[in-house]
Each structure stands twice: as C-alpha cells, then as structure tokens.
Write a protein that binds this ligand. Structure first.
Ligand SMILES: [Zn+2]
Length: 297
C-alpha cells in the first residue's frame, strides 16, 4: 500500500436532493500526530485514530464557534480510558495506556475491540458554553468504535446512520486513516435506503481507498447514481488548548490544603497535559502565589 501524504480533509455532501447526508474524512496526518505525541502502539494508534475520526463527525455538526464535543470511551480493555475533544474541525485525543498492545487479528486487522474493551460506555458530552452540557450515553457494542459510533448516532441522536472508521499503521507509521458517516434524513425513500445499504459494503475497503484516491474520487465512485453534491470541505487540524493559565486554575481548584502540602514538600509541581503531553512546571514560589489566590477566593 502506498503512503498518501495529502493533507487531511473533511468532505460533507448530500445525496438524492437531501435524502441522505455524508461525511467523508481523511485523518492520516492527525492520526500520525496522535501516534507521535503518545508514543503509541500500532493497535492504540488505530483506536485513537478511530475515536478522533468519529468525534470529528460530531464536532462538525456543532453550531457555535465555542461549542465543543467530548467523547469518552471506557471499555475496560488494556487501553484504559480514552477521550477525544473536538471544536468544529479541531481535535485532540488521549488514551490512558497508549503503549498497550495486542496481536493483530486475522487478515492483519488491529484488535481495536480487544484493546478498547466492550464492557463499558461511549459517552458524548456537548458543551455550548451556556447552560448544562448535553450528555448522551450508550453501551459499547464491540469496542471497535465504528459499530459503537453507528449505535450512538442511530439510537442516541436518532439519526439512522452507518459509520465506518479505519486506520492502517505499521511500526508507528500511519499509512492511511479516515472514516465515513452516512445518515438517512427525514424523507429518505426505501429505494435510497436500499441503495445505501448496498454501498455500505464498500466501507470495508475504506482504508485502502484513502491511500489510492482523493475524497472527491471516493465520493463520486461510491455514490454514482445517487446524485452526490459536495456542500463543504475543510481541513481538520490538531489543536490542544491547554495553557499555563488552565493548569494554574487546576492547581487552585485542588484547594488550600493540597497546595499547602505541595509547598511544604518543596519540590514544586509538574503537570502534564493528557492530550499533548506538554509539561507545565511550577516552582514552590509559583505554588505560594497560587495559594494566595486560592485563599482570596
Ligand atoms: Zn495540551
């Protein structure tokens, strides 16, 4: 398989005059970024890549600039907990044990379901910055994540959908990653539904197609006869919004007792961002200043 170095891309289209909507994503570069940051095993890279691609599908549906969506997966597998946050097309992902690995399955497929586990929940938190966040939850189907997102969209969001997520990597090198979401919209005819179900078989070849073709070519190829119309395209990007100020707020929120303990042990504090692994160091003097702020509140 050849390595496709095209920029990541998201394509949004409709079929049959709005009877169905489609998202196609290439997330190869994003997946490589996650692989490098977390020094992850190949199976963990595939899992994070799939989670990121699925979360981007939700991120793109958000209305406001400041809206965010967080997807947490807790399947009880060796990967531990996973989380991904998207604001529009900007995304970041993390996993508790990114070095955990499992041997590949038949056909050299990564055992994502085994690594993630299937005894737990997929939780979606949508925060619009005002009022209570929306929280949707569903039990994991297999931990493979494609099926789990399909279930989430269809059951929790009441959007009859098919989700495909794929990532091919070898020794830490991501060769191809991406996904597809097809949703039947109100007014979708039985005939269109049948045509879409037939085409869902094409999903299994997605990773390979992402290597060989552009998203436009995939869209045209897959949806011939269904009048595909491209509505928008954009480039999804990695973005972590952690900062020293956020870390300071986190330290302050620990409370005076904890801060006092850290000050008296005299070693300062080093906080690592779970998403980008950036380290933020605080000296005892810094902590003393934060204690003063905590005392004021
Ligand atoms: Zn960060």
């Amino acid at each position: 398989m050849e390595y496709n170095t095209s920029p990541d891309q998201l394509l949004r289209l409709t079929l049959m005059d709005g009877q169905a909507s489609v998202f196609l994503l290439r997330t190869t570069r994003l997946s490589q970024r996650a692989a490098d940051i977390h020094q992850a095993s190949d199976t963990a890279i595939a899992a994070m890549s799939r989670l990121m691609t699925g979360t981007l599908m939700l991120g793109i549906m958000l209305k406001g600039d400041k809206d965010s969506v967080t997807v947490q997966v807790n399947g009880g597998g060796p990967a531990g907990r996973m989380a991904c946050v998207a604001r529009g097309a900007r995304v970041k992902v993390t996993m508790e044990h990114p070095q955990a690995d499992l041997p590949p399955l038949e056909g050299n497929r990564p055992d994502v379901g085994g690594l993630v586990g299937s005894k737990g929940l997929l939780t979606v938190i949508k925060d619009t910055g005002s009022g209570e966040p929306y929280i949707g939850q569903c039990a994991l189907v297999s931990g493979e994540l494609g099926e789990d997102f399909t279930q989430y969209f269809t059951v929790s969001e009441q959007m009859p959908s098919m989700v495909a997520l794929g990532c091919v990597c070898l020794n830490g090198q991501v060769l191809s990653a991406g996904g597809a979401l097809i949703t039947a919209l109100p007014g979708c005819t039985e005939e269109t539904l049948r045509a879409l179900e037939l085409r869902s078989m094409l999903f299994t070849g997605l990773s390979r197609e992402l290597c060989e073709r552009t998203l436009d070519e995939i869209a045209t190829g897959w949806f011939t006869g269904l009048s595909p119309v491209i509505l928008a395209q954009l480039e999804p990007l990695w973005r972590c919004d952690c900062s020293r100020e956020r870390m300071e707020r986190a330290l302050i929120s620990l409370g005076r007792g904890e801060l006092n303990d850290m000050i008296s042990d005299g070693r300062g504090a080093e906080l690592t961002c779970h998403f980008c692994r950036a380290e933020h160091a605080f000296t005892t003097d810094d902590l003393t200043a934060l204690l003063a702020m905590a005392s004021r509140d």
